[in-house]
Design a protein around this ligand. Structure first.
Ligand SMILES: [Zn+2]
Length: 436
């Protein structure tokens, strides 16, 4: 796709989150709260509704490479240690192990329940009430999501398991008459509901940053057994930065001579005064961004549309000796269409299927990168049929998904993602012709 058309497409506005009026106040309170705690770095950053990205942060001064974007005192970060100061730490049984994400989720959920009494009220009240990860689609909508979204989501987000662990713990507390909230005497099962846990879980998932495990555990007695790594932290205000794959940032925990610790983000980019400042959440494809963060960006160069042997078999007859070679060389894994055409495994697999050369020549062709223009042209000829198959599949999904009249915002992002996937297939197809 040419530069002009790329520019034209960038004007398309995705279903983005904007700052609602009721949120404006909470964001201003959060900023004042941080300024009172010596976070002067937030002084030049203001929450702003941008045309393309929706809610983001605007800088009021020019930013140069290696400038510090934000510097938060370590005590402002919410880690598993922070939980020990909360009454809800009684929920974590000494005989069980919990993920850091589960612990932070319970913390957010409980502090949210405390309302203005919470020490973290200014941060908690700045958090969005609604999230847009695919898990927030209704059950009917989830049934209509393509398998590649649904399977990926369930592979990573197994909320039920740890929630059951928490409920078991409440049942154990009831044996000692401790299953009521110390602050309002409400039964803990009324506070820790699955819906609220899910909200808090995704609040943590979309916002937590990674910090060195040693920094969390040093000098601190964490009352909960944490499984895997204890390296998650919530960093107030930081979650207002939007993601750009073109930005580069460096996150560090620094300790001053007087012992004071800070978590800081340095940018390697420059930003003009009055423009939006971006950070980088990682090298994520649109699918990953949607499943983990509840949004995606257009024209993401990391997107790939996968196909597998069963798709190939629908289009062509593959002799067993060729199939065996493909599988023994692991070429069938992650075959994909990219914006530029086909990835390496897809080219290699389709070459094997197409070639008349004796088997003894195959490895040299594939691993010696010695494909001729004719080889590539014939590979693309096969690929076109698979591409049509995948495109029809996506269009069928789209037709069913669009037939929903009142869908959640999360579901409408899924619809946009499918539209983007169809665009990628079209770009891929156009590049077949350009390359020979
Ligand atoms: Zn309470």
């Amino acid at each position: 796709m040419g530069r002009t058309s790329r520019k034209r497409r960038q004007k398309k506005k995705l279903n983005v989150k904007e700052i609602a009026e009721y949120e404006e106040d909470s964001l201003m309170h959060l900023k004042s709260w941080l300024l009172e705690r010596n976070c002067s770095s937030v002084n030049n950053l203001v929450p702003f509704n941008f045309h393309i990205t929706g809610r983001g942060l605007k800088t009021l001064k020019d930013i140069k490479p290696n400038d510090i974007l934000i510097k938060l005192p370590y005590e402002i970060l919410i880690t598993t240690f922070t939980l020990s100061q909360s009454d809800i730490s009684i929920l974590f049984s000494k005989t069980e192990h919990y993920s850091a994400q589960c612990v932070l989720s319970v913390f957010v959920l409980y502090e949210s329940h405390l309302g203005t009494v919470s020490k973290w009220y200014n941060y908690i009240s700045s958090l969005p009430k609604y999230l847009t990860n695919p898990d927030f689609c209704t059950q009917k909508e989830k049934n209509l999501l393509p398998a590649f979204i649904r399977d990926y989501m369930y592979e990573f987000h197994k909320l039920q398991n740890e929630f059951q662990l928490l409920i078991r713990s409440v049942n154990n507390l009831s044996l000692h008459g401790k299953d009521y909230c110390p602050h309002c005497n409400l039964h803990l099962k009324k506070i820790i509901t699955f819906e609220k846990y899910k909200w808090a879980y995704y609040i943590v998932n979309t916002r937590a940053v990674y910090i060195d495990e040693i920094q969390v555990e040093k000098s601190q007695n964490i009352p909960v057994n944490i499984k895997h790594q204890n390296n998650l932290a919530l960093a107030p205000f930081l979650d207002l930065f939007n993601h750009s794959i073109y930005s580069t940032t460096r996150a560090t925990v620094i300790t001053l001579e007087n012992g004071n610790k800070f978590y800081q983000i340095t940018t390697l980019n420059s930003f003009k005064s009055e423009s939006q400042v971006f950070i980088n959440y990682g090298s994520h494809s649109s699918l990953k961004l949607y499943v983990h963060y509840g949004f995606f960006i257009l024209n993401n160069p990391l997107d790939e549309i996968y196909f597998d042997i069963s798709d190939i078999k629908i289009c062509f007859n593959v002799p067993t000796f060729k199939l065996n070679f493909i599988i023994s060389n692991n070429l069938q894994k992650n075959m994909a269409f990219t914006r530029d055409g086909l990835n390496y495994n897809a080219i290699s697999t389709l070459f094997i299927i197409k070639t008349d050369l004796p088997k003894s020549c195959w490895s040299a062709k594939i691993y010696g990168n010695s494909f001729t223009l004719e080889d590539i042209a014939s590979v693309h000829n096969l690929a076109k049929q698979i591409l049509s198959l995948k495109k029809v599949e996506l269009i069928n999904h789209l037709i069913k998904m669009r037939s929903f009249n009142h869908c959640t915002q999360s579901f409408s992002i899924a619809i946009s993602l499918i539209e983007e996937y169809i665009t990628i297939l079209d770009e891929s197809y156009n590049n077949f012709y350009k390359s020979h």
